[in-house]
Design a protein around this ligand. Structure first.
Ligand SMILES: [Zn+2]
Length: 82
């Protein structure tokens, strides 16, 4: 049963899984914004993506240097990229 997580405790594994879930959710938000128009930058709007809490509407505020976001389901907020 060898895998990349060999030697880690359940405590550590849960930490890494949480990082993975958040990274995947942020990637999904990033992907949802790949084809936005120039005039959508610096405006607040919503996209529907698979967040860590499941399918959810997420508020996004794309800036040139990154994207501010807030999940309307679980309330998590943060910045992607930068
Ligand atoms: Zn969420």
């Amino acid at each position: 049963m060898a895998n990349e997580f060999d030697g880690y405790s359940e405590y550590e594994l849960e930490f890494f899984r949480a990082i993975d879930r958040n990274t995947m959710a942020e990637q999904a938000i990033h992907n949802a914004l790949l084809d936005i128009n120039d005039d959508q930058y610096y405006t607040l709007f919503e996209v529907e993506v698979e967040h860590t809490c499941g399918w959810a509407r997420v508020q996004v505020f794309p800036e040139r240097a990154g994207t501010l976001y807030r999940c309307l389901n679980c309330g998590m907020a943060g910045i992607i990229g930068g």
